[in-house]
Design a protein around this ligand. Structure first.
Ligand SMILES: *Cc1c(COP(=O)(O)O)cnc(C)c1O
Length: 535
């Protein structure tokens, strides 16, 4: 039945399919990986287009001094997991022809993913251009975007895929638009007509809710790097302005765009309201692939409250064991265990909970509150690294109550989102676009304790399936007010229910699973992509 559905090419810089395939950095890649797995499972004709990153994203470890450092080993294994199609395409980067091998990856029960790879000696200085995911700025990033976008469309042609819809997930892929336009112009259409026609086949997802976080390049740099791809300056400017904004280009090239939660859709509409000629921005809230993220024991006992509670306790012990093996920390499975794992960026405020030591320390001393953290800072983000150093310091002060797990990856996420009691999230609203780790947690019976931001605005039923704190406040003194609210809910509600009302906790655990299981699944997300974007 799904064979009649449009065949979509999904473009993304990164894919998180499995921990051994280190070609992802974080949430964007996990979303893309989940989409390909759900497409396979539910029979949606989607083909992924990406890059085979030879060194991937940083393997970020903690040094003796307690600060994170970055390390980039070659991931030789990735060449074993992917299959060489024997096909190649070329793109032009700074007037040099660069040859790209096309690999195919489909061993993770995923819809086929084609990965481009520049690691060939004849590419000379561009042989290493596909080494580091997000490892470069400006010219290097443009080169990588030429590979993903322009190389991606050429790979589709080379492989003879019949594509109806081109989905650019985030601005990185928008140069694909120039290739689609160029093809039409080669067949004799003028620029305007070509753009009009390809627009019908393009959809775009935006992710970054801060204007400055959206990537731009000067037209001069794009021209120098050969990213104009046959178009002229005026035409490029018409697509993405000057400087050329990858997001503006996406919004203009597509027939329809989306934000990744209801709130993020609103934020994006307000943020880009001045962009002329852009497509409508709707909201399609992210979802997760249950087969990857929800434990089978949860699925098997989904209607049995008692059993769910005992499965949770088992998973908690598995996590504690995992942490012990990694760090030697001995956590107590009878005491409250709170998890926090995401990119260490200042706006996510990972160490907010420690801001008033006189309040939190007595709980840590006693072990009544135990915390596990994980997350990488962007390699160039010193403030993010300071935050990690701060948490590591705290873990040395309270070795059996505070843990930091280095090199956050899908395996760590697997254990944490199954085994913690509570999943904490405290971004500075409205900067969390969606967030998906909280969905993983919720579906495994790990109760969310979160600011009303991203998906949680839609998911939260306070005191029933988890808790919110801060009431969505976004005014002056937000940090202080959020900290106060966190303390109030944490001590008066979370700690109280955990230690004094097991019955209620079990009820909430059940509600957490049942209230999110369908609504925040990748299955539902794909259904909406097909109904509202790909039609
Ligand atoms: C799920 C996941 C993410 C995304 O989670 P957020 O809540 O959006 O931060 C990032 N990294 C890994 C390894 C994940 O498994």
């Amino acid at each position: 039945m799904n064979n009649n559905k449009p065949h979509t090419a999904y473009f993304c810089m990164e894919y998180g399919l499995d921990k051994e395939m280190r070609i992802y950095a974080g949430g964007l890649g996990i979303l893309a990986g989940d989409i390909l797995k759900a497409a396979k499972e539910y029979g949606y004709p989607i083909t992924g287009i990406g890059i085979l990153w030879r060194k991937g994203y940083t393997k970020q470890l903690i040094g003796q001094d307690g600060r994170p450092f970055d390390h980039y080993p070659v991931n030789e294994e990735i060449y074993e997991h992917a299959v060489d199609t024997g096909e190649t395409v070329t793109v032009t980067i700074r007037d040099q022809e660069v040859k790209l091998k096309i690999w195919k990856l489909d061993k993770y029960n995923n819809a086929s993913l084609y990965l481009l790879d520049a690691n060939l000696p004849e590419n000379r200085k561009y042989q290493t251009i596909t080494d580091h995911l997000y490892g470069g700025f400006n010219d290097k990033r443009i080169a990588q975007e030429i590979i993903l976008g322009i190389g991606g469309v050429r790979a589709i042609r080379k492989l003879g895929l019949n594509i109806d819809i081109y989905h650019f997930n985030e601005g990185h892929a928008v140069l694909a638009g120039t290739e689609l336009i160029r093809e039409k112009m080669d067949s004799g259409k003028d620029f305007k007509k070509a753009w009009e026609e390809i627009k019908e086949n393009i959809v775009f997802t935006t992710h970054t809710p801060v204007k400055e976080g959206n990537e731009t390049h000067s037209l001069d740099s794009l021209k120098k790097m050969s990213a104009f791809n046959g178009l002229n300056r005026e035409q490029m400017k018409a697509i993405g302005d000057s400087p050329f904004s990858m997001t503006v280009a996406g919004l203009r090239l597509a027939k329809i765009s989306n934000g990744v939660s209801k709130l993020h859709g609103q934020t994006s509409r307000a943020m880009w309201s001045n962009v002329k000629g852009k497509s409508d921005i709707i909201s399609i809230t992210n979802g997760i692939h249950r087969g990857t993220w929800v434990d089978n024991r949860i699925k098997e006992n989904i209607n049995n409250r008692q059993k769910l509670a005992s499965v949770h306790q088992e998973m908690k012990k598995e996590l504690i064991n995992f942490v012990f093996k990694k760090t030697g920390a001995e956590l107590n499975s009878e005491n409250l265990l709170i998890g926090f794992a995401r990119r260490a960026a200042p706006y996510k405020r990972p160490n907010l909970i420690f801001s008033k030591p006189e309040v939190i320390d007595p709980y840590l001393e006693e072990g009544k509150i135990q915390l596990i953290f994980s997350g990488k800072a962007h390699p160039m983000d010193d403030k993010g690294k300071d935050i990690i150093a701060d948490i590591v310091k705290k873990s040395r002060e309270f070795p059996n109550s505070v843990v930091f797990l280095e090199d956050y990856d899908m395996e760590i996420a697997h254990y944490l989102t199954r085994g913690c009691d509570v999943w904490l999230n405290n971004p500075r609203k409205p900067l969390e676009a969606s967030g998906t780790s909280g969905m993983k947690a919720a579906m495994n019976g790990v109760l969310n304790l979160s600011i009303l931001d991203g998906w949680w605005v839609e998911g939260c039923e306070h005191g029933i399936n988890g808790w919110q704190f801060g009431d969505g406040y976004m005014g002056d003194g937000q940090d202080e007010s959020d900290l106060y609210a966190l303390h109030r809910i944490l001590f008066n509600e979370v700690v109280d229910v955990y230690y004094n009302n097991k019955q209620r906790w079990q009820e909430m655990l059940y509600e957490s699973i049942h209230s999110t299981y369908e609504r925040f699944s990748a299955e539902r997300m794909l259904k909406r992509y097909y109904e509202e974007m790909y039609n």
